[in-house]
Design a protein around this ligand. Structure first.
Ligand code: NAP
Length: 255
């Protein structure tokens, strides 16, 4: 019997997990992307792209596609799809597993200012002009139009279009991983004195945090949103090890 597994992705780990589970005997893996990135990197397994239409739409998809296991491997700040996934799993009675990267913890020498959201991050920059490295992705960058007194270096995978109403902004297109040495050189080249970051966790985007620490630069860290409590693992290998159990009939899983 073939086990159909839907992985909600958009992260490096989702891609790695899909590749790993594709080697599992009698498994059919589909990776789902939101469809925001113009040219996503090759994922190596069949892909579907675009939203489902909320928890309702996802529940319908899960039934129609005959999915046996749902895996939420989305980014820790993608709170809506994670909530929808938990809700759709409850409604359909399907097992769900989540891949949740541990958050970064501040280390000695870090100068973190913790804020609840991007709007608070704008306020935390203060009134005096600063040189800001904006590394939160393009979707929420628009909030910084409220603080046009700063100079911005804005990095994203896809172009910020239309350009923001900011008189002094440089746009940088790049896809991680970003090694610490490169990040340090970038911060120095642009004379950055504040980094705005999400607490993404993982190694690929930690370089800027380590570089900011080394240079004594403040990091305005947007806290993680709260996510639904579902069975989870912190790494691709740990999650893959839970798949067999999750696919057992509900009675054997103790549900
Ligand atoms: P979000 O706010 O949680 O989701 C917004 C809507 O986008 C969802 O309600 C869903 O639409 C659709 N969606 C999101 N992820 C999807 C997926 N994997 N497959 C199909 N539909 C999906 O998410 P977001 O913060 O906009 O992030 C979008 C995608 O980018 C996610 O897949 C995430 O893993 C990735 N990503 C996000 C960040 C970040 O900082 N937020 C960073 C890196 C990568 P429907 O309700 O219509 O189903």
């Amino acid at each position: 019997m073939t086990h159909r597994i839907l992985i909600l992705g958009g992260t490096t780990e989702a891609r790695q997990l899909a590749a790993k589970l594709a080697m599992r005997p009698n498994s059919a893996i589909t990776l789902s992307l939101a469809g925001r990135t113009e040219s996503p990197v090759a994922q190596g397994v069949p892909i579907r792209s675009g939203g489902f239409g909320g928890a309702d739409g996802l529940a319908v998809y899960l039934k129609e596609a005959g999915i046996d296991l749902l895996i939420d491997a989305t980014h820790p700040y993608a709170a809506r799809i994670s909530a929808n996934a938990a809700e759709a799993a409850t409604r359909t009675g399907l097992p769900i597993l989540a891949l949740r990267r541990p958050a970064w913890e501040p280390a000695a020498g870090d100068r973190w200012t913790l804020v609840e959201n991007v709007v608070e991050a704008v306020r935390a920059l203060g009134n005096a002009p600063r040189k800001v490295f904006l590394a939160i992705g393009r979707q929420e960058a628009g909030a910084f139009e409220a603080a046009p007194q700063h100079r911005y270096l804005i990095r994203s995978v896809d172009p910020v279009e239309p350009k923001l109403a900011l008189p002094d902004a440089i746009y940088l297109l790049a896809r991680g991983p970003f090694p610490e040495a490169d990040e340090r050189a970038l911060l120095e080249e642009h004379g950055i004195d504040a980094v705005v970051s999400k607490n993404s966790g993982g190694a690929a985007s930690y370089g800027k945090i380590a570089a900011a620490r080394a240079l004594g630069i403040e990091v305005i860290m947007v806290r993680r949103p709260s996510l639904p409590a579902v069975p989870s693992a912190e790494t691709v290998d740990q999650l893959a090890a839970k798949v067999d159990h999750a696919l057992e009939p509900a009675a054997e899983r103790g549900v």
